[in-house]
Design a protein around this ligand. Structure first.
Ligand code: FAD
Length: 317
């Protein structure tokens, strides 16, 4: 079922969902299930599965370093199918521009369609670690908007190169990313919102936000988006702080601000367990306010570990 239909069916009740990361290749999927199991009692109507682009790995061979380009966490669509089958829940594969040709994307979407996956999250992806700026892959898309257009074309039965007449159209519900504190490359929040509007015009059905730690940023973003003429659901993405290092890492990677009170609370912690507890309490407080404001879904970034998400969900759902 489409995310937008889940939201409609909920009649204004806020839904619970979360995002997981595929295991590294060579690892067992059981670990993933062990982290999903404790969250199923909160009835998530959907679970997102991220996609990682290819990266360089260095392998030592006879004293020399051999460089290989490889995808360390493959299998997003397979994992979506496995979870859908095991838990009878909708799954949302993240589809990236970076690292994929348009043809590869088409094959992936055809697989999703055959597997009965009704939702996809269309994202550009980030630059590779050796690049300063994102570069489109050879034969790939440059912006998420172009990926949305490709998916929307499939929904209209239009495949690449017009080689065949489609008798069976896809019907994907398309999610895109939004940034309450603007995307790190955008010159301003207003410009970034214009880009978001272009994704909506291309066919996006809902937005999931980047993490934020001050709800005011989300509320203002939703208002600004409405003023811009964006009227699709904007789902807040919540990440509980889990380790002290997040104080530096999250602002550096995502260019987001952390509130002073939160910084102070984390810095006052003596053990990593205390830091995790502060993260849980902050996320509960954030979630309570967002629930009261009637957000359609509370979407949690689990980063592979579910104990903290479980502790948060227990208080709210
Ligand atoms: P876009 O919408 O293409 O925007 C990228 C930048 O380009 C923005 O600054 C925008 O303002 C600008 N822009 C857009 N169109 C134009 C134009 N026509 N001309 C000039 N500038 C333009 N990354 C992963 O690798 N895997 C994941 O699974 C993943 N999941 C995510 C889930 C969520 C909810 C979010 C918020 C992010 C996720 N990301 C993921 C990160 C995402 O890939 C990065 O934030 C990426 O840098 C931007 O992706 P986007 O889809 O927002 O890109």
């Amino acid at each position: 079922m489409k995310i937008t239909d889940h939201i409609k069916k909920s009649n204004g009740k806020t839904l619970f969902s979360f995002e997981i990361i595929p295991p590294k290749k060579g690892k067992n999927i059981q670990e993933l299930y062990n982290n999903i199991d404790p969250l199923m009692e909160f009835n998530p109507p959907f679970i997102d599965v991220t996609t990682s682009r290819e990266e360089y790995v260095y392998i030592e061979k006879e004293g020399l370093l051999d460089r290989k380009l490889t995808r360390m966490r493959p299998g997003t669509v397979g994992i979506c199918a496995a979870i859908k089958h095991k838990y009878n829940v909708d799954t949302v594969p993240h589809v990236l521009c970076g690292g994929f040709t348009k043809e590869e994307t088409e094959y992936l979407l055809v697989d999703c369609h055959y597997l009965g996956i009704d939702n996809v999250m269309a994202l550009r992806g980030d630059a590779m670690s050796h690049q300063k700026y994102f570069e489109a892959s050879n034969g790939g898309h440059k912006y998420a908007k172009d990926l949305v257009t490709q998916i929307q074309n499939l929904n209209c039965g239009k495949y690449l190169h017009d080689v065949m007449e489609a008798t069976n159209k896809a019907d994907f519900c398309i999610g895109v990313a939004g940034y309450p504190e603007k995307h790190l490359e955008a010159p301003s929040l207003q410009t970034d919102l214009k880009r978001l509007k272009e994704k909506v015009a291309a066919g996006a059905d809902y937005v999931v936000t980047q993490m934020f730690f001050d709800n005011q940023k989300y509320f203002e973003f939703v208002e600004a988006a409405k003023k811009m003429g964006i009227h699709i659901p904007i789902i807040p993405g919540i990440k509980p702080i889990a380790v002290q290092r997040h104080l530096q890492l999250l602002p550096q990677v995502f260019r987001i601000d952390l509130p002073e009170t939160l910084i102070h609370s984390v810095e006052s912690c003596k053990t990593s367990k205390e830091v995790r507890q502060v993260g849980i309490e902050w996320a509960i407080q954030q979630s309570r306010e967002l629930l009261a404001a009637g957000v359609p879904v509370l979407h949690y970034y689990s980063m592979g570990k579910s104990d903290n998400i479980q502790a948060i969900a227990k208080e709210l759902f």
